[in-house]
Design a protein around this ligand. Structure first.
Ligand SMILES: Nc1ncnc2c1ncn2[C@@H]1O[C@H](COP(=O)(O)OP(=O)(O)OP(=O)(O)O)[C@@H](O)[C@H]1O
Ligand SMILES: [Mg+2]
Length: 295
């Protein structure tokens, strides 16, 4: 059943592209119904400009991939937009509301959540408790203890019901009483995705959700990502696997040295010489050198 979902979902970005109707494949391109609009977002570390994005719009209800070489600024941009780091300058709106300057917690409350490149499951807490923490929106490890079993008293039953529903959906329900630390890397990625959905966000940002995950779980993650989009949520994800990116994305944004150097549909990006020079060429060499291609 779920493998059919995966087959239906994967590749849908390549065929009917009406989700991106009217969007020009150029950096900073305007979208017909953007959920996220960022302007002049800059962040430097010492002398290094990690992010310098002039203009970026993410179309509502799409799967948009954010790609680019290591160190391009992808995670930093996620951190900035979701309130986990502070910009030097820049502003952005989510669903028409300016949210720059808000903490991660408040950004999550507004409906935009993210997962981390290195999963942040709290390993010495059960899977279910991790989920319940997710109901509070994004949180830091320091805040976890304070929240647990205190703040949500009145909502606990409703939160538990939602957590169980999501654990069911992500096939983690049998693990609900296990410590998160006992899960495999791939299961932790699933848990993190499930947890981020506790607040029923309208946009979910995934930083390398497939990294280090075995091929079976990759298929399952892909199925979840396309289902989220098909339910009307907006997904922005960072990924390095070109087959995954080209197969699942409605739109691709390419970052290099902190700047958006290209945007477009998978077919536009694949044939974009600047992208090939900055990223895809090197990717191909890595794939050849790595040599393991199990397709
Ligand atoms: N807290 C920090 N302090 C100093 N430099 C940082 C910090 N965070 C990121 N950087 C630098 O900013 C640049 C962008 O890093 P970032 O992690 O955003 O890249 P990325 O595109 O996510 O790369 P990867 O694909 O390897 O995850 C890099 O040069 C990185 O070393
Ligand atoms: Mg990164």
């Amino acid at each position: 059943m779920s493998s059919d979902d995966v087959k239906d979902g994967v590749g849908s970005g390549v065929g009917g592209d009406d989700r991106m109707v009217g969007a020009e494949p150029v950096p900073g391109s305007a979208k017909s119904d953007p959920i996220l609009v960022a302007d002049g977002v800059r962040r430097s570390f010492g002398g290094l400009t990690a992010v310098d994005v002039e203009h970026l719009e993410v179309q509502r209800g799409t799967i948009t991939a954010l790609i680019g070489p290591n160190g391009a600024g992808k995670s930093t941009l996620f951190n900035l937009l979701t309130g986990f780091d502070r910009v030097d300058r820049g502003r952005w709106t989510f669903d028409g509301t300016a949210i720059n300057g808000r903490s991660g917690h408040r950004v999550a409350r507004a409906g935009m959540v993210r997962t981390f490149q290195l999963t942040k499951a709290l390993t010495r807490m059960t899977v279910l408790d991790n989920m319940l923490l997710g109901a509070q929106g994004q949180f830091g490890e320091r805040m976890a203890g304070a929240f647990l079993r205190s703040v949500w008293k009145g909502q606990e039953r409703e939160n538990t019901r939602r957590a169980m529903e999501l654990l069911e959906r992500f096939k983690l329900v049998d693990k609900r009483d296990d410590m998160a630390g006992s899960l495999s890397g791939g299961q932790r990625k699933l848990l993190e995705m499930a947890r981020s959905l506790m607040t029923d966000p309208s946009m979910i940002m995934l930083d390398e959700p497939m990294a280090g995950v075995n091929p079976a779980l990759v298929q399952s993650l892909l199925g979840h990502i396309t289902s989220l989009r098909d339910e009307g949520k907006t997904v922005l994800f960072v990924e390095h696997d070109m087959d995954v990116i080209m197969g699942i994305s409605d739109w691709i944004v390419v970052l290099a040295q902190g700047r958006v150097i290209a945007e477009g549909r998978p077919s536009d990006i694949r044939s974009n010489q600047e992208v090939i020079d900055a990223y895809l060429g090197a990717q191909e060499e890595t794939a050849v050198a790595g040599g393991s291609d199990d397709d």
